[in-house]
Ligand binder design. Structure first.
Ligand code: AMP
Length: 143
C-alpha cells in the first residue's frame, strides 16, 4: 500500500476499535487504545493506536500524533515497570516496503531481553488470547 493510500475503515485495527474482533486491552480513553500484539515479537509486545482514522505518520493531525506519542510513553513506562526488560524498542512503519502490514497508524512497544531472541515481525503463530490478557493485566496494574 502506498504512502498516499486511502484509509480503509475495514482494516483489522478499525475492527478492534469497533469491538468486532477480540483484543487484550491495556489502556483505553476517548483518543487512544493500547492492546497486546497478537503475533508478539517478544513477551509484552504492545501496540498503541489513535481512534482517529489515519493510515500513517503523514495523514494524522499533529495534535493527535502528539497525544499518541505521549500515551505511547505512558504505556511504555508501564511495560517497563511490569516486565523489567533490558531494553524497549519503539517502532512505527510507514508503507508496505517499510514493513507496515496494518494501515492504521500505530506505535509498537517491544520489550527486549539480552538473552532472548526476538521473533519475526507480524509473523508466526497467533498468541493465545488468555496469555495476552494475563500480560495485559500485569501492564495495566502499572498504569
Ligand atoms: P505493522 O506491520 O507495523 O503494520 O504492525 C502491525 C502489527 O499488528 C503486527 O505486529 C501484527 O503482529 C499485529 N497484528 C495483526 N493482527 C492483529 C490482531 N488481530 N490483534 C493484534 N495485533 C495484530
Amino acid at each position: 500500500m502506498s504512502l498516499s493510500a486511502q484509509y480503509d475503515p475495514k482494516n483489522i485495527f478499525a475492527k478492534i476499535l469497533g469491538g468486532d474482533i477480540p483484543s487484550a486491552r491495556v489502556y483505553e480513553d476517548d483518543r487512544v487504545l493500547g492492546f497486546m500484539d497478537a503475533f508478539p515479537q517478544s513477551r509484552g509486545h504492545t501496540l498503541v493506536i489513535p481512534k482517529v482514522q489515519a493510515c500513517n505518520l503523514f495523514d494524522i493531525a499533529p495534535d493527535d500524533l502528539q497525544n499518541l506519542m505521549v500515551q505511547t510513553q505512558t504505556i511504555a513506562r508501564a511495560v517497563r515497570d511490569a516486565l523489567a526488560p533490558d531494553g524497549i524498542r519503539i517502532a512505527q512503519f510507514n508503507g508496505e516496503p517499510a514493513g507496515q502490514t496494518v494501515f492504521h497508524i500505530h506505535f509498537h512497544i517491544i520489550p527486549v531481553w539480552e538473552d532472548e531472541n526476538e521473533r519475526p515481525h507480524a509473523a508466526g503463530k497467533m498468541a493465545d488470547i488468555n496469555e495476552l490478557k494475563d500480560i495485559a493485566a500485569q501492564i495495566k496494574a502499572k498504569l
